[in-house]
Write a protein that binds this ligand. Structure first.
Ligand code: ADE
Length: 241
């Protein structure tokens, strides 16, 4: 998959996209991330990318000309409006698992990192944009949200996760939070690993994990539990909790 990212701070992405699973996916040619520095598309002497808002008020607005010029370059090989342009913004729709899976099926993604007090609204009239927020809090810029989107989408690209890291056993793949995990040693500072996990009884381990997942989801995210497709067994396990 090719992902174009338009940003005022391309340097922020270097280490995030070089390490771990994303770095490996890029090395293996599964992920082609192209960073575009919006400022390089400003035509004035000072490379101005932001300006005061019309009508007054605090903060600065991202200017339309450099952004549009940059987007035109990114989209030059595509019919206009063909690709959705994802714009990170606290004003956007909330990012969620279904959206991430849908995007993972696309050949290309285009991300614009919002900044300052906002972006000139004409961006949304000129391009097929979708504003996306990663949560109800305000960050200093849209770069971290763009990294979050790239990371979440990449996990669903074939070959990006090794067999052991499979996305299928994830939290959200079945609408529930994941069960607790333990590793060696069996006893640490007086705390023992639940004995069922050491028992070697696969069926009992499966039931314990499922019960824990249901319990956690009920405690922490009752909204998810209400939406989850629960089996007869789940209902029995829940009744026994
Ligand atoms: N930019 C600033 N805060 C943001 C958020 N919560 N989500 C997406 N983009 C943002």
């Amino acid at each position: 998959m090719r992902i174009d990212i338009l940003t005022l701070f391309p340097d922020m992405f270097e280490s995030a996209f070089s390490a771990s699973i994303i770095g490996r996916a890029r090395q293996n040619g599964l992920l082609d991330i192209r960073l575009w520095d919006i400022r390089l598309f400003a035509t004035d002497r000072h490379k101005t990318a932001d300006d005061k808002p019309y009508g007054g008020g605090p903060g600065m607005v991202m200017k339309i000309e450099p952004l549009a010029a940059c987007l035109d370059a990114v989209l030059s090989e595509e019919p206009p409006l063909a690709l959705p342009v994802i714009v990170t913004s606290p004003q956007g729709r909330l990012l969620h698992d279904a959206l991430v899976r849908e995007w993972a099926g696309y050949e290309r993604l285009v991300l614009v990192c919002g900044h300052y007090e906002g972006i000139d609204e004409r961006l949304h009239q000129l391009y097929n944009t979708m504003e996306i927020s990663i949560g109800d809090y305000v960050l200093t810029g849209g770069e971290l949200p763009a990294m979050v989107i790239v990371d979440a989408v990449s996990r669903f690209l074939p070959g990006v996760l090794g067999g052991e890291e499979s996305a299928l056993g994830d939290c959200f793949s079945d609408g529930l939070l994941k069960h607790p995990q333990y590793s060696r040693p069996p006893l640490f500072r007086g705390l023992a690993v639940p004995s069922v996990l050491l028992s070697g009884h696969h069926e009992e381990i499966r039931l314990w994990r499922r019960r824990q997942a249901l319990l956690r989801t009920r405690e922490r995210r009752p909204d998810l539990l209400a939406k989850a497709a629960l089996t007869e067994e789940d209902l029995r396990l829940l009744a026994g909790l």
